[in-house]
Design a protein around this ligand. Structure first.
Ligand code: SAH
Length: 383
């Protein structure tokens, strides 16, 4: 039986209309301080307080003058969504439901493993892409998350997990990038929504994840998962070239059109060219991940495996086969494990690195494609 623990937590409450500093990356925070007539170096101090020390109260920022702290309290705030529910699965996976301004809610999942901890975060309320096998799609689309709401998922999760940044007895931080003290070592944008359709807010939040004065995660440990918004992939390469996962799910356009409607706009050839471009001219980035959800009778034949092997030839990628996670009213069923293994063997023989993704947090509906949150007013899908 799942050991679901539920508890209600109430986080920050404060008056609206103040500027929320939580979602500002270094450049935006510097611009904010310049605008209010302060020196831009204040941005580094405040960034550390917010993201490394998890502080949401200006009065605790002891290296900032009393006068400025009071001024900041008057005009600004550090405000995260409220956690309204926490669930823990029997395998240690934890899911938080967070309530946003306006009444919608989103889900964020923490997946602990032996040598790392991955936080799976959302980028939109619902999703507009309508992929047939995804429960978020069934909820419709409501709105983009702000950069504050995106980074807040990491900020809140660190607080909930009591993640401590390394400090000595005097409380002096020596090496905030020290991996050994981190509960969250990796962040994946694989929750609700299509991150590349909320480009500016996602990029600002990702800047904070990789910023030394904030979370200091390496670019390799932050992954954007996309169904393939081709023009945005090109922009992403220029602005924030983190790791990439491509939700391919099919070896040809006919199958992909039927399960990922976005494929009609950006078909496979263009998409793979965009991925190749993403990795061109940089030897540090090694490879991207191809995600392939295994749907019985749809994309899982041995012929499909051979087609996929031919399609991806000479691309710097590894392949994740994802057993389909069912949800209420889903029209698909997962391929049998034996079929998935045969599919894997064909790809491996063709020289690919292939993983079969272990399903985590199933007993609390926290697995891939099971995140739903609560979407109010689904009528905005077309926008
Ligand atoms: N929109 C982005 C990120 C969200 S989905 C994208 O498409 O990549 C994150 C991953 O979960 C994707 O690979 C998605 O295809 C997969 N997924 C969605 N629904 C699923 C389900 N029911 N079972 C297994 N994987 C699923």
């Amino acid at each position: 039986m799942p050991q679901a623990i539920e508890q209600v937590q109430f986080m920050t409450h404060s008056a609206p209309k103040k500027v929320n500093l939580l979602g500002m990356d270094l450049a935006h925070l510097k611009a904010f301080f310049t605008e209010i007539g302060e020196k831009p170096f204040r941005a580094v101090q405040v960034l550390k307080w917010i993201h490394q020390f998890g502080v949401d109260d200006f009065s605790q920022m002891t290296n900032v003058s009393q006068l400025l702290r009071e001024r900041l309290s008057d005009i600004a705030e550090i405000r995260a969504p409220e956690i309204i529910k926490e669930q823990k699965a029997s395998d240690g996976t934890t899911k938080w439901l967070m309530r946003l301004d306006g009444g919608n809610s989103i889900e964020t999942v923490f997946i602990p493993e032996d040598n790392r901890g991955t936080l799976c975060i959302s980028s939109q309320v619902g999703c507009a892409l309508d992929c047939g096998f995804c429960s978020t799609a069934k909820q419709g689309f409501n709105r983009n998350l702000s950069s504050a709401e995106i980074i807040a998922q990491l900020w809140v999760a660190r607080r909930m997990l009591n993640e401590r940044i390394p400090e000595d007895e005097q409380g002096v931080v020596h090496n905030p990038q020290n991996e050994s003290r981190r509960a969250i070592t990796n962040v994946v944008l694989m929750g609700m929504g299509e991150p590349l359709l909320n480009f500016d807010n996602v990029v600002q939040a990702v800047h904070l994840m990789v910023e030394d004065n904030a979370y200091g995660l390496s670019k390799r440990r932050v992954t954007i998962s996309t169904a393939g918004v081709v023009p945005a992939l090109k922009r992403l390469r220029e602005e924030c070239d983190v790791s990439l996962a491509l939700s391919l799910h099919a070896p040809n356009n006919a199958i992909r059109d039927s399960i990922v409607p976005l494929n009609k706009k950006y078909p496979i050839k263009e998409l793979l060219e965009a991925c190749r471009y993403y990795f061109s001219g940089d030897t540090k980035k090694k490879q991207f991940t191809i995600e392939y959800v295994m749907l019985a009778g749809v994309n899982d034949s041995l012929q499909n495996a051979r087609e996929l092997a031919a399609l991806l030839r000479r691309l710097p990628c590894k392949i994740n086969l994802i057993p389909f996670n069912p949800f209420e009213q889903s029209a698909f069923s997962s391929s049998k494990m034996q079929t998935i293994k045969q599919f894997r063997d064909i790809l491996q023989k063709a020289g690919y690195i292939v993983m079969i993704r272990k399903t985590r947090g199933e007993d609390i509906d926290a697995a891939c494609g099971q995140l739903a949150g609560k979407v109010k007013d689904k009528s905005r899908r077309k926008h």
